[in-house]
Design a protein around this ligand. Sequence first.
Ligand SMILES: [Mg+2]
Length: 302
Amino acid sequence: MRRRAGPRREFTQRGKRRIAQAPALCKTRPMNPTLPRPLAELPPRVAAAFHTFLTDIDDTLTTAGRLTAAAYAALEALHGAGLRVIPVTGRPAGWCDHIARMWPVDGVIGENGAFYMWHDAAAGRLRTRHLLDAAQRHADAQRLAAVRERVLREVPGCALASDQFCRLYDLAIDFCEDVAPLPDRDVDRIAALMREAGMTAKVSSIHVNGWFGSWDKLGTARLMLAERHGVDLDAQRERIVFAGDSPNDEPMFAFFPHAVGVANVLDAHERLTALPAWITPSRAGAGFVELAAALLAARDAS
Ligand SMILES: [Mg+2]
């Protein structure tokens, strides 16, 4: 449940939301009794036992909208060390095609779980596992267009996300990426209009995403690991690490005993009913690099 913007919320130069002195605020946060613990306290034997690394992209791997060389190198190092690496993102199918083909990953889950993609090296082709068939996707696209028009009409200042053209399932409304940041009440209104139309709506750090379906990041991660890798996510949850930062990561934070938030996860603490178990010292991509270094050091020492 999100709260209204309060006087403690401030805006940075780039217009991203931040909460001043977030750690201090957390002491009074009523909905999340369990605060994340510092990453430094993650036991090395736990870190060394991870076989699968799931990660959000925006503001977890990336920093202020950019993928830094250091963060990408960290991703590559994790993959090179033998971890199964799978980004789990709200980003669109068009981006996922690129990620699955070119990044050092074992596949990617996109549009908040509407599909997963992987590059089949043996066959030399990209493959996609859709949760819906093409006929249903086409039917939903008509309904989605109606919601899109209503949201744009009724919430001034928002915009269709720039990556909407390469989405298959999501309606993505930008409230903080290419537009001036909207207040919480407008973000709430966008999500409410989507839900009123029968969509699932989730808030990332930059977009409100809506879709006709009940999937989420966790459910499709469970499906992909079972179908592609023969891994029972429920039985193996202690050996899977997830990194994230925002409300659309909440199912993962709630499920994985070793979910890790990059430091900016506390920006969204008022909107989260579950926080990750661990937190990095640094924000966004720099926090991702710290996490990768900790995991690799633990593997090296084991
Ligand atoms: Mg994110």
